[in-house]
Design a protein around this ligand. Structure first.
Ligand code: NAG
Ligand code: NAG
Ligand code: NAG
Ligand code: NAG
Ligand code: NAG
Length: 279
């Protein structure tokens, strides 16, 4: 059965500078490395240059510790650590000698720390070409990954597990704090778009859901071709969320819940002219 989302549109962005990276050569991020908000060394970039991890300034309000598309002029963010608690210039993120990834504000106050279970076993961190930022052991096991803690966006190969949610930003491009809509795969298997009891993020009114997946919905899969679907624990597809009709070859793709509650699949193009359509 096919229960496509009621809202869907594609949005293409023109890429002006295909190789506008900061000229950093890629390496694993070693213990003791840090980035400082407002200084010149603003990011750690993936091997392909497609994604960066670091500080993004939000108007005059401060900085977000974020991951963004690094090769498109808009530098669209796909994840952030401190969306409800911006930090000021001079704040620092460090992969400590103890193996913890820590964000401290300019006064040294700890804002955010991962893995929450501690850094024992950490060998390095890395910004991967998939858009996943990982803290890893010597054997390459991910002790923490940004893909497990989505904010408002899923990227291809990133799944939404039972109990996980996306929360819309409060305002488009201005205020990224948690807003008035959310997309959640409930523990009961129901995949739902809700309004929130803003400023709380608790569920209020459901305006779209899969319903018939209660008792069997296990994981939302977002695959490399841009298809998104809900599966049961045995891997059977239960509901299609998005089916993609556009060739993926020259596009970056993301699925985002927008500030106005519309859940959209977006392409950012390497080569095409700006274009949008409703379908
Ligand atoms: C990163 O570290 C891992 C584990 O030590 C190693 O296998 C991998 O080759 C390193 N990658 C780079 C680009 O240095
Ligand atoms: C970034 O800048 C800070 C302070 O200027 C410095 O301590 C840190 O080592 C730099 N990090 C990198 C990756 O160059
Ligand atoms: C975002 O909006 C909320 C609600 O109005 C407000 O509390 C918060 O300070 C705003 N954040 C920024 C960075 O403007
Ligand atoms: C997989 O799980 C679904 C939902 O629980 C069930 O309807 C289906 O029969 C299962 N298929 C197999 C092959 O076990
Ligand atoms: C993604 O899922 C669709 C629908 O099941 C399938 O046709 C396609 O081959 C999948 N793509 C990949 C890369 O697995």
């Amino acid at each position: 059965m096919d229960f496509q989302l009621p809202y869907c549109f594609f949005f293409f962005l023109l890429l002006l500078l295909p190789f506008s990276t900061n000229g950093q050569t890629y390496r694993n991020i070693s213990l003791g490395s840090s980035l400082t908000a407002g200084s010149d060394n603003l990011s750690w970039t993936s091997p392909s240059g497609d994604f960066s991890f670091g500080f993004q300034q939000v108007g005059d309000a401060g900085y977000l510790l974020a991951i963004w598309f690094n090769k498109i002029p808009e530098r669209t963010m796909v994840w952030s650590a401190n969306r409800n608690d911006l930090v000021q210039g001079g704040s620092r993120v460090q992969l400590t000698a103890d193996g913890e990834l820590i964000l401290n504000d300019q006064s040294g106050r700890q804002i955010w720390i991962r893995p929450q279970s501690g850094g024992s076993g950490t060998a390095y961190a890395a910004m991967l070409d998939s858009g996943n930022f990982v803290v890893a052991s010597q054997a390459g096991a991910n002790l923490w990954q940004s893909f497990d803690e989505p904010t408002d966006t899923l990227l291809p190969t990133q799944n939404l597990n039972s109990g996980a949610q996306l929360i819309a930003p409060y305002l488009e491009n201005k205020n990224y704090s948690e807003g008035r809509y959310k997309f959640i795969l409930q523990a009961d298997g129901n995949l739902i778009l809700y309004t929130t009891h803003y400023p709380l993020t608790t569920s209020n009114f459901a305006y779209w859901s899969t319903q018939d997946s209660i008792g069997s919905g296990y994981r939302v899969v977002f695959n490399q071709s841009g298809y998104m679907y809900l599966v049961a624990q045995n891997g059977t597809m239960l509901n299609s969320v998005f089916s993609n009709s556009v060739s993926m070859q020259n596009f970056y793709l993301r699925a985002t819940i927008d500030y106005d509650g519309v859940y959209v699949l977006q392409h950012a193009s390497h080569i095409k002219l700006p274009h949008s359509c409703s379908c």
